[in-house]
Design a protein around this ligand. Sequence first.
Ligand code: NG6
Ligand code: CA
Length: 511
Amino acid sequence: MKKSVLFFCFIFVLFSASTTIAVNPNIVLILADDLGYGDVSCYGATHVKTPNIDRLAAEGIRFTDAHAVAATCTPSRFALLSGIYPWRKRGTGILPGDAALIIPPESVTLPSILKNSGYTNGVVGKWHLGLGTPESPVNWNGEIKPGPLEIGFDYSFIIPATGDRVPCVFVENHRVANLDVNDPITVSYKEKVGDEPTGKERPDLLSLHPSHGHDMTIVNGISRIGYMTGGESARWIDENIADTITAKACQFIETNKDKPFFLYFATHDIHVPRVPHPHFVGKTSMGARGDAIVEFDWSVGEILQTLDRLNLTENTIVIVSSDNGPVVDDGYCDRAIELLGNHKPSGSLRGGKGSAFEAGTRVPFIVRLPAKNNAGKVSDALIALIDLPASFAALANPTMNQKILETAIPDSENVLPALLGETNCGRENLVLSGASVSLRHGTQKIILPNQKGQVISANTFIETGNNPNPQFYELKNDISERSNIAEKESKRWEELRTILQKIRQKKVIVP
Ligand code: NG6
Ligand code: CA
């Protein structure tokens, strides 16, 4: 960062109203799935109304340059909970539903840091970080561990992987919820198990047809990725997922209202298969994808109302964000493309889910803590979900040993002053992984050359950002990454690449 900018940040911190906050405010992190930068009204959407998310922005800070560090789910969520860039560890790509847990038990994590500071932690919703170990794969009919409870959560009610991957059941703490022991579950990602027909064999049985993949076991009229058999009584009904997990999330708040709590509420919306409850069907002109956004906004509203009702609003930090950028066709024929109209899921950004361009990782990010008087602020600080472990450590346990933190969560930076509205300065550097690796340095961005090919994803039709040549964009005057200045600014490009290399080569212990 330039000296003048640093100086400005310093002055800003000194003179900003630093309202004191009660010790250990509650924390609710609501993480949508695949919600794009342009998908909610307070970020410019006009074809869908999101009054609850907009309320949060009106009462808090809306960040315009906040990122997930990866453009897909598993690596993004791995970074959020572990404070480690996903590319430092093998096996952090999109996981199948029978994968082992990729965050080792007992490691320092976002929830374990808060637990050590006296918080009670709950996770409700999409997990997608694996369960069990490679040596002892999950038995879905027995005790399912290690999982969330072994890395710092006290309560969990999870979708094990994704809505479009088997097993299509909820896991509550160590057990599949509502499982009938006489109808055991078997899961395989290699071969068909049991004798239930697959989507490929019996497309006539489907209520929602795949456009790519997703043609294996049929659950609730929808064929999925992977095979499962059994567990009939435990299988979810897609239309009710939002209701079920929102109720569990609100219940967790209610149960823990008298102590500091951290709730990580990871919705299935707006990931595929998009099957909103009939109550939301037709709420937008955009079909299932638009209606799923309205359903997500409803879930946010239920959480806000619960906090209001329990008088917890004033002393609770609420964050709404997304795990990666948007995608329109992600493998099912739900008419999302046909009905999109003028809606721009990425806003004015280029790319989308999976992409190295900004829309892959730049996501909506709103923080509200009423006690801090930040109503209606907008911040362009560069921050990322990976910064939450270090920032919440600073919030909940400011005397925690910094050396331990630097070793355990090496890529997480304390951006608490930005989250609390005391400064508009965030990080100096941020490494992003989409189809290629990028570095953000202030408003400058480079994308490393990538020989892998595919300029447009064959499945999602999203621009990947792959390019055999160096790319360099100055986002300050080129937010849509249209003007590649790498050749003209080759010296600066090299400097930025050196910064990126240093970060990548940093010696880090990865558990
Ligand atoms: C892709 C799936 C997509 C989605 C994604 C993971 C196909 C053709 N595409 O492989 O539907 O499940 O993985 O999404 O199978 S994420 O948000 O969890 O990263
Ligand atoms: Ca996702």
